[in-house]
Design a protein around this ligand. Structure first.
Ligand SMILES: [Zn+2]
Ligand SMILES: [Zn+2]
Length: 123
């Protein structure tokens, strides 16, 4: 898994990803490859798959990862006007890949993602 993430870190959607790459990314973030294709950033916009980022405010409303949090151009959450978290504000653990977000809390200290919203800065 670590080597796959390292590859995705350098992953750029320019040229557009092959079907095989799309499916690999879709697996990590836990979305369908077809849906992912529709959510891709505009041509030339890069994407970081590490660190995995989170807006707890969004997570409370809909408990899933949003692909736009990984776009390089994304500075914060446009809906809540909050900075994104890239690690647990309580213990500093990096977030796991979204496909593994089954419990909705930090895998190390068990702080629920929803409670992390108070640690996001207003932007
Ligand atoms: Zn949000
Ligand atoms: Zn934690």
């Amino acid at each position: 898994m670590a080597s796959a993430i390292a590859r995705w870190e350098k992953f750029r959607f320019n040229p557009p990803p092959s079907r095989q790459q799309l499916e690999a990314v879709a697996k990590v973030v836990g979305v369908d490859a077809n849906r992912l294709e529709q959510m891709l950033p505009p041509a030339g916009v890069g994407m970081n798959l590490e660190p995995i980022r989170l807006c707890a405010g969004c997570y409370v409303e809909s408990p899933c990862h949003r692909i736009e949090w990984q776009f390089k151009v994304t500075q914060g959450c446009q809906h809540h006007h909050l900075s994104l978290l890239s690690e647990c504000p309580n213990c500093g653990a990096r977030f796991k890949v979204p496909a593994l977000w089954v419990d909705g809390w930090c895998h190390r200290c068990f702080l629920p993602f929803g409670e992390m919203v108070q640690h996001q800065k207003k932007i």
